[in-house]
Ligand binder design. Structure first.
Ligand SMILES: Cc1cc2nc3c(=O)[nH]c(=O)nc-3n(C[C@H](O)[C@H](O)[C@H](O)COP(=O)(O)O)c2cc1C
Length: 185
């Protein structure tokens, strides 16, 4: 089979939990979001948007997480620190619309695809990333404080920057486990 650069990238990609400067510039961020505009999207609803957090605003985000999620001073410090794990954090969200043919699930999938497209575009520009969710994504207080509307939900925080190290995946499923063929009936 003919090899190509996209297939090689997809086979080798991995996430980087520890990210430092430099992160993507404003111009690079624009081009990453531009690329995500082309994801598969039923009825072209474009049901997603992104809030970028960089520089001092990361501290504000960490304080916001602490306010809603921390029970102790130690937890608050940990959350404040977490917001500084990368030079750029993208809060990627689904914006669910009422549509007769496109259920919410499909719109969330498109938002997830947009998030993955942004991550891949960042990789293509030489940056690394890590997709996270957890309470910071699902807590209603956090969501409201970030200005999410009632029809919006966070599909991921995308941490982007330059890799301090790349982790290796502990286990990978096999093609045999994932692929089967419909038998003739
Ligand atoms: C929707 C979604 C949410 C995720 N949330 C987390 C998370 O909160 N914490 C985490 O460590 N990894 C999370 N991950 C997984 C990592 O981003 C990463 O993909 C995983 O650790 C596998 O590593 P790899 O991308 O290098 O193969 C999430 C992935 C997806 C798609």
């Amino acid at each position: 089979m003919k090899q190509n650069i996209i297939l090689q990238y997809l086979n080798e990609r991995s996430s980087s939990p520890l990210l430092t400067d430099p992160g993507p510039s404003k111009e690079e961020l624009n081009s990453m979001v531009q690329a995500a505009l082309r994801v598969p999207d039923h009825a072209l609803l474009s049901p997603w948007r992104v809030i970028a957090v960089h520089g001092d605003q990361r501290k504000r985000l960490g304080e916001l997480w602490s306010h809603y999620l921390a029970g102790t001073r130690a937890e608050a410090e940990k959350l404040t620190h977490k917001a500084m794990r990368a030079p750029l954090i993208l809060i990627c969200m689904a914006c669910i619309q009422n549509h007769s043919k496109v259920p919410a699930q499909e719109q969330c999938i498109t938002a997830g695809l947009a998030t993955y497209s942004i991550l891949m575009a960042a990789n293509s520009l030489g940056y690394d990333g890590y997709w996270r969710t957890g309470q910071a994504a699902y807590d209603q207080g956090v969501q409201q404080a970030l200005g999410l509307k009632a029809n919006e939900e966070i599909v991921g925080y995308l941490y982007l920057g330059t890799s301090a190290y790349k982790k290796t995946r502990a286990s990978t499923a096999t093609v045999q486990e994932k692929l089967s063929f419909l038998k003739s009936m």
